[in-house]
Design a protein. Structure first.
Ligand SMILES: *Cc1c(COP(=O)(O)O)cnc(C)c1O
Length: 438
């Protein structure tokens, strides 16, 4: 990619200059930089509605980031915006219970079979952190088993990069995470039950929990292979460990009742985020009442939050989940994603670009590879990064906004109508041609 990107434009570039002076890298979350796609200013966003986001330079893009997951109804959904505005007028936060928290908790427990009781937090990271503390407190064990390429927010104990393949004792994935904090973190290979069985063989009665993304969405989009989640369930049962599904991304996206309903595997503990807050900073941890009552004030495991159950977040979450509950949102999205995926595959073929598309519910991922299926982190990492970068910039230039990394999943919303899909496919035609030119 030698020619400079035509988009975003000078206003984004000027804001980026200022941003870099006052915040590291100019962004408040590293996933937003364009460093992974050749650098330069990311699009600074002015507003969004439906399937489209608009940057400060006046460009409109069909958006497949969706705030990295929450916006399954589309941007600025009228019911969500109205609920937030109404609540804002009543005051922002009270530090005392509200009916909104009860309503969202009831909705979550009603929609997700494995959840009888839920604690609201302020982010997916907090939900994951609380889930492992709860699992450790409940089982009286210390070790947590996670998977290479799975992401659970920036929780110290889970920021472990074990490389692919071998099961190893955790090595800190980031300076600032002491070795002692990850001494109890084990890393296995996603979609490889043998690697999990090995860990249980070595540490069976020390493992508090297996923590897994039921569809891996932070190494592009990698669904579980047949029997993987079922196998985790059986191993946890055999060894008295809790199975924790990190459904921060997949919750209410892969299925209206979460990925656990889609795959028919019931976890002990579920971490939620993203859609549960409808675009507001909300996370939640849910489980059976027995497990949840390990948390303070009913139990000894401490967990708290000044702004937890925030009224605006609760209002947005209620307005979002109540629309998802009946299944209509997912029913509307499915044929659109069918059309998008088959259209992308056809255009890639036409231009001779090797492409594999994987999907689960309302999330999907593009892999520039000859492989017909991608199931493990090392296979994801082996895809053609240069092809992705060319594709990304060409799509951006043609008005389609993808996440600026080949390791992010793509998100579709109810607002992606036929026109938005067609616009995307027209852009993709040009983008695959650019990839083919090299
Ligand atoms: C996004 C994500 C998180 C972290 O959520 P934040 O709200 O960014 O803290 C945790 N787990 C998974 C699976 C995620 O996709």
């Amino acid at each position: 990619m030698s020619e400079p990107a035509a988009r975003p434009g000078p206003r984004s570039a000027a804001l980026f200059e200022r941003a870099r002076r006052f915040t590291p890298g100019g962004v408040n979350s590293p996933a937003r930089t364009f460093d992974g796609v050749g650098g330069g200013a990311p699009a600074f966003i002015d507003r969004a509605s439906g399937a489209r986001i608009h940057d400060v330079d006046g460009n409109a893009y069909v958006d497949y980031v969706g705030s990295f997951g929450p916006m399954i109804l589309g941007h600025a959904d009228p019911a969500v915006i109205e609920a937030v505005q109404k609540q804002a007028a009543k005051g922002l936060s009270f530090g005392a219970p509200t009916g909104l928290e009860v309503e969202l908790a009831e909705l979550i427990c009603d929609m997700v079979d494995s959840i009888e009781s839920v604690r609201m937090v302020n982010s997916g990271t907090e939900a994951a952190m609380t889930a492992i503390r709860l699992a450790r407190g409940h089982t009286g064990r210390n070790k947590i088993l996670k998977f290479a390429g799975n992401y659970h927010g920036h929780v110290d104990a889970l920021l472990v990069n074990a490389g692919s393949g071998a099961l190893t004792l955790g090595i800190p994935g980031s300076p600032g995470v002491p070795q002692s904090v990850v001494d109890d973190t084990l890393v296995a290979t996603y979609n490889d039950l043998d690697s999990v069985a090995e860990a249980f063989a070595a540490h069976g009665d020390e493992i508090a929990a297996v923590m897994v993304e039921p569809v891996a969405g932070n190494m592009n989009c990698v669904p579980p292979v047949e029997g993987f989640l079922e196998g985790l369930r059986a191993l946890c049962d055999d060894h008295g460990a809790l199975l924790v599904f990190d459904e921060v991304m997949t919750g209410f996206r892969v299925h209206p009742a979460c990925a656990q309903a889609h795959f028919g595997v019931t976890p002990d503990v579920t971490a939620l985020g993203k859609i549960v807050g409808g675009g507001m900073p909300v996370g939640a941890v849910g489980a059976s009442r027995r497990v949840m009552e390990t948390l303070a004030p009913t139990g000894p495991v401490y967990q708290a939050g000044t702004l937890s159950g925030h009224p605006l977040g609760m209002a947005a979450g209620i307005a979002t989940l109540s629309q998802i509950r009946g299944g209509a949102v997912h029913a509307a999205i499915e044929p659109r994603l069918d059309a998008l995926v088959s259209g992308l595959e056809a255009r890639a073929r036409r231009h001779g670009v090797p492409l594999t598309v994987q999907r689960a519910g309302a999330m999907f991922g593009l892999f520039f590879t000859d492989a017909s299926r991608v199931t493990r982190f090392d296979e994801v990492a082996a895809c053609d990064g240069a092809a992705f970068r060319r594709f990304f910039h060409a799509m951006l230039d043609h008005g389609v906004y993808l996440a600026p990394s080949p390791f992010e999943a793509a998100f579709i919303s109810r607002a992606h109508d036929e026109e938005a899909i067609e616009e995307t496919l027209n852009a993709a035609d040009a983008a695959f041609a650019a990839v083919a030119r090299g």
